[in-house]
Design a binder for this molecule. Structure first.
Ligand SMILES: [Mn+2]
Length: 261
């Protein structure tokens, strides 16, 4: 198999993620990679909200190795919840004046489903792995990222430049730069509505590709539909954007999009 797949926002829901990957034929009943030469993109927000963020991360990291050994690949990307978790680890409840507003990472983390059990496992090695995740990926005609926002362009105008700049922020300890990144990755819905296709085209023209594939914004929220009313990723913005976030933590499906045959 050499097809390309994407899934997003598992948010600590290990069994739902495992089940969806099994159904897609990418992992076997013992959760080992059986996708051969397939490529799987995991578009961030691995932890928080659900019961076992560390379990999800451990699964993804093992699959990265197993897929590579089989001639395929698993490519995790950075989500805003990775930045919240890492920022909370680094800055805790220190008050930071950010663009005229007093903020703390710990309060944002607590308000957004942060789990102490996930924080407890964030040792130096795992911190470094998460902080090294790319923000954006390109796979053929697909441009992959976590959030449905143009804000990525604030970090660069090529995929490599964006990833380099984001990695630099996360390798440093400037809380203002960290909050800038967190707020940018928290933005959403830029490709929805009547101006959505033009916004999507702007991002594609800058970073390349013919279609944006993202998570972060639950299909049900984006389109005003109950999370139990759909079972497929949603193509929108005149076909320029594909949302693969089914809304697992709200009871929606864990979606695995097949991007190519
Ligand atoms: Mn998100």
């Amino acid at each position: 198999m050499s097809a390309t797949f994407a899934t997003s926002d598992p948010h600590g829901h290990l069994s739902e993620l495992t089940g969806a990957l099994q159904e897609a034929g990418l992992v076997d009943e013992d959760s080992h990679w059986c996708g051969g030469g397939a490529r799987l993109w995991v578009l961030g927000d691995l932890l928080d909200r659900g019961p076992d963020g560390l379990g999800v991360i451990a699964l993804v990291r093992r699959l990265v190795d197993e897929a590579a050994a089989a001639g395929g690949s698993v490519e995790p990307l950075l989500g805003n919840h990775e930045v919240i978790a890492l920022g909370t680890r680094l800055f805790g409840d220190s008050e930071v004046v950010h663009r005229g507003v007093v903020r703390t990472f710990a309060s944002i983390w607590a308000r957004n489903g942060g789990l102490t059990s996930d924080q407890d496992g964030l040792d130096e090695e795992l911190f470094a792995w998460l902080a090294g995740l790319p923000a954006v990926g390109r796979d053929g005609d697909h441009l992959l990222m976590h959030s449905d926002t143009l804000a990525y362009l604030e970090w660069g105008d090529t995929v490599d430049d964006v990833n380099r700049a984001v990695r630099e922020v996360l390798a440093g300890d400037d809380p203002v730069a960290w909050f800038d990144l967190l707020l940018a990755l928290g933005r959403r819905h830029d490709y929805a509505g009547s101006s959505g296709p033009a916004a999507a085209r702007t991002l594609l023209d800058a970073l390349g590709g013919e279609r944006i594939v993202h998570g972060h914004s639950i299909i049900g929220d984006l389109f005003g539909e109950p999370v139990d009313s759909y079972s497929e990723p949603r193509l929108y913005a005149d076909g320029l954007a594909l949302d693969v976030d089914g809304g697992i933590y709200e009871g929606g499906p864990c979606l695995v999009a097949r991007l190519s045959e």
